[in-house]
Ligand binder design. Structure first.
Ligand code: SF4
Length: 214
């Protein structure tokens, strides 16, 4: 059993607290972030929010107009369609507000568990673990979980992390995944969790064997 509290404490010392976000912006920018890089999401979000800042405004615009603004985020047609449909539902069903339950959020077009959980923890400060590629990869590398898909990672992490810390996981693991435990060539040489990490230890023992063979 890995000491997950130690991991979260160390990461928090390094990366600090996540920022609280406004629900509408959080939802739309997380929808834009699907399958693209952070800098593209940022550019597309800034362009979109400089013109439209509410569900009411977005629900009355055309797909073409949104598509143009969010192009930097990739898949503009799909994302524009989902954003406009979602804005319409927010207006009709929720008085223009973003709902704050998982069930309601995942019923919106283009919103899956990952996006919904981000909105719950960042915008509403509710206990939720959003499992993206970083969270899935790091949890499995260290050996906190042994899972094949993000859904099972989410459920396993919920089991072994105290509920009051669920909301820290995504933010801290994403920062750590960008800087140290990268998808390719993780920086195990400077990693504070090296001694407890299954992947890091295995990698080193292979390297030692290679050195011995030379
Ligand atoms: S030791 Fe390497 S693989 Fe393990 S958490 Fe650290 S950087 Fe990632």
């Amino acid at each position: 059993m890995k000491d997950i509290r130690f991991i979260l404490d160390r990461l928090k010392e390094t990366f600090g607290e996540k920022k609280r976000e406004k629900p509408f912006r959080c939802l739309i920018s997380t929808m834009l972030s699907q399958r693209t890089r952070d800098e593209n999401t940022k550019r597309a979000s800034e362009r979109l929010f400089s013109v439209y800042s509410s569900a009411y405004q977005l629900s009355h615009t055309s797909i073409d107009e949104i598509e143009k603004l969010i192009r930097p985020a990739g898949m503009p047609k799909n994302k524009a369609k989902n954003i406009i449909k979602t804005a319409g539902i927010l207006v009709e069903k929720y008085n223009g507000k973003v709902p704050d339950t998982l069930e309601e959020l995942i019923s919106l077009p283009g919103v899956g568990r990952k996006t919904a959980n981000i909105v719950l923890e960042r915008a509403f400060d509710k206990p939720a673990i959003s499992v993206d590629v970083h969270v899935h990869r790091i949890s499995n590398r260290i050996g906190i979980v042994n899972t094949r898909n993000p859904y099972h990672t989410e459920k396993e992490l919920e089991r072994c992390i105290p509920k009051k810390r669920w909301g820290d996981v995504n933010y801290l693991f994403v920062q750590f995944g960008r800087m140290i435990c990268k998808p390719r060539n993780p920086r195990c040489d400077i990693c504070p969790f090296f001694k407890m990490c299954d992947y890091g230890m295995k990698k080193t023992s292979h390297r030692d064997m290679d050195t011995l063979r030379k």
